[in-house]
Design a protein around this ligand. Structure first.
Ligand code: NAP
Length: 246
């Protein structure tokens, strides 16, 4: 087990990529703290983690609210005394063309995807600095590197995640904290299942490996970045996109 007795905080762990990350970390021996806007989904994830023999704390949190983030981090430290790993995964899309995009659509995406990641990073930085060790993995997107029509808000939030990752990596390296980002391409989740078959086929044609990604493709990389095997990697953005963006 590569993460025996480490404690990992994963945001948006109720479904999709976040749920896969929680289960992959627990399988490698980590105890889990996970928060999501949807408590019902978290309850199901909790029973699966317990079946793997690991401890879990779940809490309903909106990551864009700093007081809610601070509260879950406090409860995590009360229960487990430390947080070794943070995975900033919670994210949303509110797609629209720029001329039609409302202020609310812009603000919601930036607040949850970018400010939410900052809130969590800031909240865990102090205990990690005291421990002089920590791993932070931010889930960005290839869209943040290449742009996408209809996703100006989402692409800006994910490009922001990359800037946040590199700044935090430089700021926290001397305290033994590694900060990296993962940029997934198109992964099979509810975020992508609403795409029509025609759109999916077009997408697959642009992917050299000729398939959409699985949630485990992303989760496996999170485990690696959180493990001792990745101790000399920081400030990196690693794509998991089947070769789509080269
Ligand atoms: P998903 O299936 O929609 O899951 C996102 C999770 O985050 C959901 O459980 C959601 O709760 C939760 N969430 C939403 N707003 C939140 C908030 N304010 N506070 C806390 N939790 C919140 O999405 P996914 O596809 O797994 O995506 C996970 C991450 O990967 C996101 O950052 C996304 O941008 C990124 N990503 C995904 C893809 C892809 O192809 N799927 C590609 C590139 C990057 P609800 O269940 O209530 O919505």
């Amino acid at each position: 087990m590569r993460l025996k007795d480490r404690v990992a905080l994963v945001t948006g762990g109720g479904r999709g990529i976040g749920r896969a990350i929680v289960l992959a970390l627990a399988k490698e021996g980590a105890d889990i703290v996970t928060c999501d806007i949807n408590l019902e989904n978290l309850k199901e994830v909790a029973s699966e983690v317990e079946k793997l023999g690991r401890k879990i704390l779940i809490q309903k949190v909106d990551v864009s609210k700093i007081s809610e983030v601070d509260d879950v981090v406090k409860k995590a430290l009360d229960k487990f005394t430390k947080i070794d790993i943070l995975v900033n995964n919670a994210g949303i899309t509110r797609d629209n063309l720029i001329l039609k995009m409302s202020e609310e659509e812009w603000d919601q995406v930036l607040d949850i995807n970018l400010k939410g990641a900052f809130n969590c990073l800031k909240a865990v930085a102090r205990p990690m600095m005291k421990a002089r060790s920590g791993r932070i993995v931010n889930i960005a997107s290839v869209v943040g590197m290449m742009g996408n029509p209809g996703q100006a808000n989402y692409a800006a939030s994910k490009a922001g995640i990359i800037g946040l990752t590199k700044s935090a990596a430089k700021e926290l390296a001397s305290r033994g904290i590694n900060v990296n980002a993962i940029a997934p391409g198109f992964i099979k989740t509810t975020m992508t299942e609403s795409l029509s078959d025609e759109v999916k086929e077009k997408l697959i044609n642009q992917i050299p490996l000729k398939r959409l990604g699985e949630v485990t493709d992303v989760a496996n990389l999170v485990v690696f970045l959180a493990s001792d095997d990745a101790s000399y990697i920081t400030g990196e953005v690693i794509k998991v996109d089947g070769g789509m963006l080269m």
